[in-house]
Design a protein around this ligand. Structure first.
Ligand SMILES: NC(=O)c1ccc[n+]([C@@H]2O[C@H](COP(=O)([O-])OP(=O)(O)OC[C@H]3O[C@@H](n4cnc5c(N)ncnc54)[C@H](OP(=O)(O)O)[C@@H]3O)[C@@H](O)[C@H]2O)c1
Length: 214
């Protein structure tokens, strides 16, 4: 399984490191190939850097690790993504990070699905801070939870497998529409971390009976 991570910022660096360490073939794609190569070199484990188009073309799973506002541009640069799984990690935050720019009747996940109608968009990792990724996926020393939402069961399963192999717990929430809840959940996480000052070593989780989730 090869994973392209489009973007070379904080989240891209963190995810590339965790996925490469978990044994995935990782390619980081960025508009500045030197930045992609630097992120790949930092990730190690055979990760490589390339252009956005080349990275996207070579991968089965594509992680959009750029701001939601850049989704259309980065998808245009990615080229044909029909049939591929696209992992949307974005949060449509206001400039002060204390609110969301869209919600209730749509979500960043659903808007990205509209931009790439032939791809399988899966919302995931949006409630995990880059600092948590840099800490090996742990918050306050504990395993964190990746919430997954998507309309294609096999794509949701593929993203769950990646997240579990990278060391996370996973909660499957349902269809992509559930991104309407996951994005505000991440918003609350940001408010607690930065508004209330609890810091970014923080992540939401959910307690329930595993037997009922099986
Ligand atoms: N940071 C977090 O803790 C966190 C947590 C959960 C979710 N997220 C989400 O993760 C995503 C990435 O966040 P981040 O913190 O990693 O951001 P970041 O450090 O600012 O990095 C953003 C990356 O996106 C690239 N980019 C921006 N506009 C682009 C465009 N038009 N075309 C191609 N590439 C473009 C940038 O490229 P250049 O370097 O060339 O500018 C940069 O590599 C966002 O959607 C954010 O909401 C972040």
């Amino acid at each position: 399984m090869s994973i392209a991570i489009l973007g070379a910022g904080a989240m891209a660096n963190g995810l590339a490191a965790l996925f490469a360490k978990a044994g995935y073939k990782v390619v980081v794609g960025a508009r500045d190939v030197a930045k992609a190569q630097a992120a790949a070199a930092a990730a190690g484990h055979g990760a490589r850097g390339d252009s956005i188009a080349a990275a996207a073309k070579s991968a089965d799973v594509i992680v959009l690790a750029a701001p939601f506002a850049a989704a259309a541009e980065i998808l245009a640069a990615a080229g044909d993504v029909a049939g591929k799984t696209i992992v949307d990690i974005s949060n449509p935050l206001t400039p002060d990070y204390m609110g969301l720019t869209i919600g209730h009747t749509t979500s960043a996940g659903e808007e990205i699905q509209k931009l790439a109608p032939k791809a399988k968009v899966v919302k995931a990792f949006n409630t995990i801070f880059a600092q948590v990724l840099a800490n090996g996926g742990k918050a306050a020393g504990r395993t964190t939870t990746v919430f997954v939402a998507g309309d294609d069961a096999s794509a949701n399963g593929a993203v769950e497998a990646i997240a579990r192999k990278a060391g996370f717990d996973v909660v499957q929430t349902g269809g992509l529409k559930l991104a309407r809840y996951l994005e505000p959940l991440a918003g609350l996480n940001v408010v607690l971390a930065y508004g209330r000052g609890l810091g970014a070593d923080i992540a939401p989780t959910w307690n329930f009976s595993a037997a009922k989730a099986a």
